[in-house]
Design a protein around this ligand. Structure first.
Ligand code: ATP
Ligand code: MG
Length: 220
């Protein structure tokens, strides 16, 4: 088991009101599995991904990832896990506008002690995998939306993570670009990477092995 998420509760406090988002949620994911999560807007999908990625903490519950108790780690240990085992892909790409493609894909290595020449070859390989070597000196504003998302995926896969967390990765793309991105996810899955993908779109979710529905704060 790669990921074990048990009896998780999360709510947000807005003034005097407590808004429950995750309510007694369980999730188990095996090594190499490709799972997608669907659900209406506001059902808590992004909140769940943030907790899975160690970017947020639940109010209650347990979370083990790759045999580590994610909720009792120090900030430093959590950053290490994020930098070595996890890759994130967001709907809005989240690229740094002042860096070119190589610079953006190199970012995850900031937290690692990889030798510079090794970084360069990992980065080159990742950019090649998403088919963007001919754009490697371009900055985000010189790229199309589909290309930006491919850069974001190259950044996520450059460190060869155990698991990729993708939040609406095709949400801002047309169908042709979405297809290309989904092919990349299929390929990553075939090479053994675990993937958790959030999407509104049934066609997107259909590329995974297992589709879960977020409903009433739980996964059905
Ligand atoms: N930082 C926050 N403070 C307060 N409430 C929040 C915060 N983040 C999210 N929420 C609320 O929690 C609920 C779940 O939000 P979340 O972003 O997880 O939904 P989602 O399923 O990802 O929605 P979408 O499909 O629109 O992206 C929403 O009602 C939202 O308003
Ligand atoms: Mg969301």
């Amino acid at each position: 088991m790669l990921l074990e998420f048990k009896r998780v509760f999360k709510s947000y406090q807005i003034g005097k009101n407590k808004i429950p988002v995750l309510q007694d949620l369980d999730l188990f994911v095996n090594e190499g599995e490709f799972v997608s999560i669907m659900g209406t807007s506001g059902s808590g999908k992004s909140t769940l991904l943030h907790i899975l990625g160690g970017l947020d903490t639940p109010d209650e519950g347990t979370y083990r990832f790759n045999a580590r108790d994610m909720l009792s780690l120090s900030d430093e240990e959590r950053s290490w896990i994020r930098g070595h085992w996890l890759g994130f892909v967001f709907q809005t790409f989240n690229l740094l506008s002042e860096l070119d493609v190589v610079g953006n894909v190199s970012l995850p290595f900031t937290y690692r002690k990889t030798k510079p020449e090794k970084i360069a070859s990992h980065v080159e390989h990742a950019i090649d995998r998403v088919g963007l070597l001919h754009r490697k000196g371009h900055r985000p504003f010189e790229l199309s939306g589909g290309e930006m998302q491919r850069v974001a995926i190259a950044r996520a896969l450059a460190v060869n993570p155990k698991m990729i967390l993708a939040d609406e990765p095709t949400g801002n793309l047309d169908s042709r670009n979405s297809e290309h991105i989904l092919d990349l996810f299929r390929e990553l899955h075939q090479t053994g990477t675990s993937i958790i993908l959030v999407s509104h779109d049934e066609k997107v979710a259909a590329v995974s092995e297992r589709i879960l529905q977020m409903e009433d704060g739980c996964l059905q």
